[in-house]
Design a binder for this molecule. Structure first.
Ligand code: SF4
Length: 439
């Protein structure tokens, strides 16, 4: 029985899809590409914006077209939101809410037994699993920050943190399978270990539960890198960073969500920090880590965003010198406060601002690479890719810069996948990928 997965949205969804894949593979399903004709399609949806909703629906319909007789399963945040609103879609066979995701294999098996699709057990074989080098580990779920543009607190619910022992066991299993890098993810990682009753309690805790967790993971044999997922700037204090820098496996890469460099926009977004506070956090990180990669998310075209507010964001982006920015055009989300705000911007205005910011982003990315990349770097090689018909072995350094080595210069490319190698940097291959040679 062939099953195909498609993931939309955030790293938490990627993590949860990996978990689902594993349980289906262990049960004897063949994991196939989403473009193939499969017996079961599982789409892990997202609802962060109306566009995400639309994309989720499109992919569900695409699955139905790929095989009209398949079992089409929708799970993830779009499902929770659609269930709440009583939305129906006849092309989907099963809706599975986030809270039932862990039972998805049983639900699918039961549906097959119940004859929603027919099965030929003779084709059940052990699945060929895709090799991974970097594992996403979800340490908490839920968020109670209620940013005015975001639907997540309504669909994911209150904060729930996993125990350190539970996470440690998972990381040990991942290390046994050969994973070298762990990425700590969650809906609001900074709230790890905080009380669900007090949205701001994570600040009083000073990130201590997260530090305890990171230290525990750093003792797991075989884990050579630990990367932090998106952090909220308010968790960054001098004490917190002093402890972070003492964890040798921790990558000097910090994704601090900014969303806007304008204080008035931040206020309308209910983001609880100012650009000044954000700047202070970055200064602390730069004091303790050498050339850390500071990456971020920015929303352009938030309701009522004036030209001057947008310029404030542009100036702030330059002032920080981000290594990478994920730029999002604000997209209305029903059920959120921002959707009700006056002064919604036109799509054209949002597109113009997004374009201006991406030009700036590209320049900053190149400038960061020049400043942070040394002659010799260590790369965790992950995959073989083709660029202009040439094959390259490619991976990331600790600062999440992509570095590629021509495959023709290596005898056994596959054996180097999932190993950390010292390389010498030669030149830029593309604007974001560096060319190197293995030493
Ligand atoms: S912090 Fe804000 S944007 Fe992030 S999940 Fe929570 S409410 Fe949404």
């Amino acid at each position: 029985m062939k099953v195909a997965f498609l993931t939309l949205g955030c790293k938490v969804n990627s993590y949860e899809t990996d978990k689902m894949k594993k349980s289906f593979a262990d049960a004897g399903y063949i994991i196939t590409s989403f473009e193939d004709c499969a017996d079961v399609y599982i789409i892990n949806t997202c609802t962060v914006t109306n566009i995400a909703d639309r994309k989720s629906r499109q992919m569900l319909h695409k699955a139905r077209k790929l095989n009209p007789n398949a079992l089409v399963v929708a799970t993830g945040c779009y499902v929770d939101s659609a269930i709440k609103k009583g939305e129906k879609d006849d092309s989907i066979d099963i809706f599975i809410s986030n809270k039932d995701k862990s039972h998805i294999l049983d639900i699918v098996n039961d549906s097959i037994k119940d004859g929603i699709i027919s099965t030929d057990n003779s084709i059940v074989t052990t699945a060929e699993r895709h090799e991974h080098t970097r594992a996403y580990v979800k340490v908490q779920d839920g968020c109670n920050q209620y940013c005015t543009y975001c639907i997540i607190p309504y669909v994911r619910g209150e904060i729930k943190s996993r125990s350190i022992a539970d996470i440690e066991t998972e990381v040990k299993e991942l290390a046994k399978k050969g994973y070298k890098e762990i990425v700590i993810t969650g809906i609001h990682v900074s709230s790890y270990g905080a009380s669900p009753d007090d949205a701001q309690s994570f600040i009083k805790l000073g990130g201590k539960p997260l530090l305890k967790l990171l230290k525990a993971i750093s003792h797991v044999d075989g884990i050579e890198r630990i990367r932090l997922g998106s952090l909220e700037p308010r968790i960054i204090t001098e004490n917190f960073v002093k402890e972070l820098v003492a964890i040798p496996q921790l990558c000097p890469h910090f994704h601090l969500s900014l969303q806007s460099g304008s204080d008035t926009v931040l206020k309308r977004m209910n983001r609880h920090y100012t650009s000044e506070k954000y700047f202070e956090c970055v200064k602390v990180l730069r004091k303790y880590f050498e050339n850390p990669a500071i990456t971020t998310d920015i929303i352009v075209g938030f309701p009522q965003e004036t030209e001057e507010e947008f310029k404030e964001t542009c100036r702030f982006v330059q002032k920080i010198g981000f290594a990478q920015i994920h730029i999002f055009k604000y997209s209305r989300r029903r059920g959120t406060i921002a959707d009700e705000m006056d002064g919604q911007l036109t799509e054209q205005k949002k597109a113009d601002r997004s374009h201006k910011l991406s030009v700036m982003e590209r320049e900053l990315e190149i400038a960061y690479q020049k400043q942070a990349v040394k002659e010799y770097e260590k790369v965790l090689f992950e995959e073989i890719i083709k660029i202009d018909n040439e094959k390259y072995l490619i991976g990331h350094n600790e600062r999440y810069i992509r570095i590629a080595v021509p495959a023709e210069r290596i005898n056994d490319t596959k054996s180097l996948c999932n190993t950390i190698q010292k390389v010498r940097i030669l030149e830029n291959l593309t604007h974001e990928i560096l060319l190197a040679q293995i030493l």
